[in-house]
Design a protein around this ligand. Structure first.
Ligand SMILES: [Zn+2]
Length: 432
């Protein structure tokens, strides 16, 4: 009884009973009530000319194929959210593969395609990643990051404790201690999910109205925009009636930031990152204090420059300017590349994925930024190194993280764990 175990462990027994009562009001015997919630989101998507990604549990898809097709017909992306809604970390690697393969077969039988996988409860281990990778998915979206947008004193101690329990259940990392963007993981792209989500804000922190929730998400939009991050919002479809206005406020905030935000579905973000990660930025000597910068990046790739002279640029953000094309000549007394020691493999891979031009230390001793960091590179190390590079005034060129000049990215996602009261009740015993 996974659902019970999880709910009681993460919310406490009394809260669990209260939650069952609340959830009962969000579903009906037929999917009509859940569809009204979904429609609330679809309406917002249409208004803001964007769309979302809804991972769905295979058994729920099996019981409600009409709803699933209605969503994909409306341009929604469906991803796999387990065969049943179970904690994958309690399963062997083989059992996980079997379940995820079974979920894919359900998608196939329904004539639906899935590029991505998100675990129930965002719980995963190496076995999950290996299974998802071996089954040919393009991305996995489980890594969880939390932004400190809620003041501890603004809610009761009990609510704060419930919030912290959720973050622990999801193994959420503070966003300040990591680099929040997609990352290559073997043949997959790992796409982080941001907290607090609707479940935390509504059920755990007791926020009952759209503007309150929307203001929290608008703050997430502002912070991630400032950092150039990817914000993957998570809002479960069953709270559509409560969160519709909140989503509008978040999207309003996204549209009104000083630089554009790329609003995209997870499959597009994964595809972009796959293609961008395969490309390189090259810096070659092009005469006295002149450097030719080129990229073989995908369509939409933008080269950013900082601390160099170049005639064909336009303002981008902060100290960075954007080149007008995918190649150009920049002037700088030193090469605008980062020199990395030959023993710093992890660092080199990280910086290249971040989009910097990297050269081997010794090959170009006059680079202003030269780093030697042997051994594995943790997420906190990555964040620290990136902050140091950004804080320096060294001349640099890099590939922008996002296409078309966007400063940051935003994706709207929400897991469909149930569409009817029957689905919700079955979650308790159909787990294996
Ligand atoms: Zn779920």
């Amino acid at each position: 009884m996974n659902l019970f175990a999880h709910s009681i462990a993460s919310k406490g027994g009394v809260s669990f009973v209260r939650r069952v009562g609340i959830v009962a009001t969000r579903f009906g015997v037929t999917p009509a009530k859940a569809e009204r919630s979904l429609d609330a989101y679809l309406k917002v998507f249409r208004r803001y000319d964007c769309n979302g990604t809804f991972p769905i549990t295979a058994t729920v898809l099996c019981r409600n194929p009409r709803v699933a097709h209605r969503l994909t017909d409306a341009g929604v992306e469906l991803a796999v959210h387990g065969y049943v809604h179970t904690d994958h970390t309690t399963l062997s690697a083989d059992a996980q593969r079997e379940q995820i393969a079974g979920a894919l077969r359900v998608f196939l039988r329904e004539g639906l395609h899935a590029d991505g996988f998100r675990s129930p409860y965002l719980r995963y281990n190496d076995g999950t990643v290996a299974a998802v990778e071996s089954l040919g998915f393009r991305y996995i979206s489980n890594e969880t990051v939390s932004y400190d947008v809620i003041e501890p004193g603004s809610v009761s101690p009990a609510r704060w404790a419930a919030y912290q329990r959720a973050l622990r259940l999801y193994s959420a990392l503070p966003a300040s201690d990591t680099v929040v963007r997609p990352r290559v993981r073997g043949s997959l792209i790992e796409i982080p999910v941001a907290m607090p989500d609707d479940e935390i804000l509504v059920d755990r922190l007791g926020m009952g109205d759209g503007p309150l929730i929307g203001n929290v998400w608008a703050e997430l939009v502002r912070r991630t925009h400032l950092r150039g991050d990817l914000l993957t919002l998570q809002l479960h479809p069953e709270r559509g009636q409560i969160c519709q206005q909140a989503l509008e406020i978040a999207l309003d905030a996204a549209r009104s930031q000083p630089g554009p935000i790329w609003i995209a579905q997870l499959r597009d973000i994964a595809e972009w990152w796959h293609r961008r990660a395969r490309s390189r930025l090259r810096v070659e000597a092009g005469g006295h204090h002149r450097w030719r910068v080129t990229t073989d990046g995908p369509e939409g790739a933008v080269i950013l420059v900082r601390g160099v002279s170049c005639s064909e640029t336009h303002p981008w953000s902060g100290a960075y300017r954007a080149l007008s094309g995918t190649s150009g000549i920049v002037e700088s007394p030193t090469p605008p590349a980062i020199a990395v020691s030959s023993r710093s493999d992890g660092l080199r891979a990280f910086l290249e994925e971040e989009g910097f031009a990297v050269v081997a230390a010794g090959e170009s001793e006059d680079s202003v930024v030269s780093i030697d960091r042997p051994g594995p590179l943790g997420l906190a190390d990555q964040a620290e190194i990136l902050a140091e590079i950004e804080a320096s005034s060294a001349p640099l060129v890099r590939l922008a993280r996002w296409p078309g000049g966007a400063r940051s990215a935003l994706s709207i996602t929400g897991d469909i764990d149930a569409l009817t009261l029957g689905d919700f009740v079955r979650r308790a015993w159909e787990v294996r």
